[in-house]
Design a protein. Sequence first.
Length: 133
Amino acid sequence: MTADPKRPKRKRRKRHSKSIIQAAGGRRCYLCEQSGDMTNKGYLEKHHVLFGMGRRDKSEADGLVVMLCMDHHREVHQDDGLRRRLCAVAQRAWEKEHRPDYGKAVRAKWIERYCRSYLDEEGGQDGAYGGIT
């Protein structure tokens, strides 16, 4: 049997990795949890910590995603300092996950994959979410 030329092919779905940053399946906003706000704000959006310039797919594959409430998702995309701190959290998690594979070269592998180190840029930024871990 041949495929029907009038019928569009089904798009293959990508398999998504679990977040290596946020535990428990991301049922709460990551930033709300970090600030101690345990209220459930309902609707959550997936945030790819590293995005743009072809990094979104890598971020998804490496599990560098968190669930955020709409307010925090908007805030992360508008506040460059908060975005960089979240990127540093992602880098820490990635390095911890891959240290057994790469040993001392884990930072160099991160830079090779994502073209910059957020941990080297991190110095002394205090803010509302300065203590993100």
